[in-house]
Design a protein around this ligand. Structure first.
Ligand code: IMP
Length: 197
């Protein structure tokens, strides 16, 4: 089975294929499916935005489509940046400018608990929808550490590993990350679904 990934992010494509290829599922890019969909993320939850993206690409391509919507929720900021993680501080900022702004907004805060959330949704042309959520708990460091990863990785500290996401290898991160967990949960649901259709 072929699934179209509703994203232009090459890293997500590789990660999804790594986990789902064992089911005989191939995840292809929008470009490979001949579509270029720009979805406005108007939802207020990860579930809503994930569904919006997958549905739009399924409708444009006529093929089953899979989307991930993710973000960082910081407790002392009442869950911000949340679904606005990619746009926190405005559209034109770099990843580094964004996490530096986060650190600035948390200056003097002793309660630094946070979590990453990922919701994977798959929409099928017959109207069926599968969805799975994954979370990873951590704290926001006082200063960035590490060079790997992307986004807020240098400031997201995982106490059990005593490292930020940016200090983990891709394999270590995938094993504990919100997206890794959502994908594993999704894989179980997809396997069950494929056995019953
Ligand atoms: P999305 O691609 O619309 O789901 O936006 C997710 C945003 O959340 C990204 O642009 C990052 O800023 C942030 N984010 C999601 N997952 C991660 C992660 O694993 N590490 C660092 N930042 C992440």
């Amino acid at each position: 089975m072929k699934l179209v990934l509703a994203s232009k992010n090459q890293k997500k494509l590789v990660e999804m294929n790594d986990i789902l290829s064992h089911l005989g599922v191939e995840v292809c890019s929008e470009a490979e499916a001949g579509v270029d969909v720009d979805v406005e993320e108007t939802g207020t939850t990860f579930e809503e935005n994930s569904l919006l993206k997958a549905k739009a690409v399924m409708e444009a391509s006529g093929l089953p489509a899979i989307a991930d919507d993710s973000g960082l929720c910081v407790d002392c900021l009442n869950g911000a940046p949340g679904v606005y993680s990619a746009r926190y501080g405005g559209e034109g900022l770099s990843d580094e400018e964004r996490y530096r702004m986060l650190l600035e907004n948390m200056r003097g805060q002793m309660t630094r608990t946070a979590k990453f959330v990922s919701v994977i949704t798959c929409c099928f042309p017959n109207g069926d929808v599968l969805s799975a959520r994954g979370e990873c708990a951590g704290t926001i460091a006082y200063a960035p550490m590490g060079e790997g990863g992307f986004g807020y990785d240098p400031v997201f500290f995982v106490p059990e590993m005593k490292k930020t996401f940016a200090q983990l290898t891709a394999e270590e991160k995938n094993a504990i990350s919100h997206r890794g967990k959502a994908l594993e949960a999704f894989k179980v649901k997809l396997e069950d679904y494929l056995n019953h259709v």
